[in-house]
Write a protein that binds this ligand. Sequence first.
Ligand SMILES: [Zn+2]
Length: 211
Amino acid sequence: MAVVTSAKRRVYMRQFYLANKERLLAMSRVYHAAHREARNVQSRLYHASHKERIYAQIKEWQAAHSEVVRGYYAAYHERIHERRIEASRRYSQEHRQEHHAYYLKNKERYFAHRDKRRARLAAVLHTLTAQQWEAIKSAYDFRCAYCGEKPERLTKDHVLPVMLGGGTTAENIVPACWHCNSSKRQYLTMKPMKPEELRKVVAHSPSVLAP
Ligand SMILES: [Zn+2]
């Protein structure tokens, strides 16, 4: 049989599909349910053998849509904000005694760590004045430079970490919420936004507009 894909045939197939839509969809559902395992195996294999390419494509897309990605993360953080605080409060209450025991056991190490941090801080510049800090926060509309949220309290985040010689100077400090300032950010390699970039992001994603 010759393969005919004339306009007429396409119209006929379209009509056939519409007339039998429910039945065809039901058949397709049955087929997919019966072959789910095989399909999963296949897609896992495909993913494994094309890993590099898939990740490269994802990265490329994210780079080209950085505002969308940022907005998505900001919205996500806002969505889970309350829940996260509540969970962390509950967790620390439930584990208070363990934590205290841990603290007693590791007191020396804890103080050594603190002293080291103090020494590192002493070795870098500290020129940031209270007025400069207020001006920086105001330039950022009192938002976190990373996620755009307006937390109750903004912390001073060193863009170049103190550990790498970054000082507490107007050039090296941005406002950050507690979560973004925590060590997690360093693994995510998030870069702070400039005030004007942040304003654009806020304008594009109303989800971070919450006070
Ligand atoms: Zn933040």
